[in-house]
Write a protein that binds this ligand. Structure first.
Ligand code: AMP
Length: 226
């Protein structure tokens, strides 16, 4: 269990943040907060936020900070976030990180645990182009490295597997550029505060989970079985 502390997962698109965030959230009994999932949901439901986010996501850019902060603040105000949570894909810019710091202070949270998952550019492209996601449960597969038992079908719940529209090669390039320019500087931001942990993301998902689990145990998170 976490103790009024968030885990922030940093890393490029395709580094494995979503896969790891799901495992950690399940094992430590805290919510998994993915701003990408929140925006995809808003687009699917046709809300005002979805209408604003859709063209930006399709071009591989970043949704403006004020829209991102609004959706995050609403989510963090829910009671299930009171003890801690795992952030996946947020913060992605320095202003988001600074506003998040203020939210932690206001809420009486400890400084976050921060893990940067490092992966080579070649691996990122392979991960993104091979990624298929369960349309019902959100389970993530990779046709090259972690294929489902039956092509196109989720092992866990039999749901249909779908490819994200922003995993197309031309959009992937823009997403990786946005990461380099706007998100990579966050590693330095957290390093300066002595909060940054770097794990190698090239190995299997189990190895990466164990590395993150050790960091969380060191930070005082309990009852995880990673
Ligand atoms: P993800 O699923 O994390 O790769 O996010 C998918 C897309 O949603 C990104 O390419 C951005 O367009 C948008 N998005 C998600 N999280 C953020 C964020 N924290 N700041 C800005 N845009 C975001």
């Amino acid at each position: 269990m976490a103790h009024k502390q968030a885990l922030i997962l940093l890393g490029a698109p395709g580094a494995g943040k979503g896969t790891q965030a799901k495992r950690i959230a399940k094992n430590f009994g805290v919510p998994h907060l993915s701003t990408g999932d929140m925006f995809r949901d808003a687009v699917a439901r046709g809300t005002e936020t979805g209408r604003l986010a859709k063209p930006v996501m399709e071009s591989g850019g970043l949704v403006p900070d004020d829209i991102v902060m609004k959706i995050v603040e609403e989510r963090l105000a829910q009671p299930d976030c009171a003890a801690g949570f795992v952030l996946d894909g947020f913060p992605r810019t320095l202003p988001q990180a600074e506003q998040l710091d203020r939210m932690f202070e206001r809420g009486g949270f400890l400084k976050p645990a921060v893990v940067d998952i490092e992966v080579s550019p070649e691996t990122l492209v392979r991960r993104l182009s091979g990624r298929w996601t369960c349309s019902t449960g959100g389970e993530i597969y990779n046709v090259y490295d972690a294929p489902p038992k039956v092509a196109g079908i989720c092992d866990a719940d039999g749901g249909a597997l779908v490819q994200r529209s922003d995993d197309r090669p031309e959009v992937v390039k823009a997403r990786l550029e946005a990461y380099e320019r706007q998100t990579r500087p966050l590693a330095e931001y957290y390093r300066r505060q002595g909060l940054l942990n770097v794990v190698k993301g090239e190995g299997g998902a189990d190895d990466v989970s164990r590395s993150i689990g050790r960091i969380l145990e060191h930070a005082g998170w309990r009852d995880g079985h990673l």
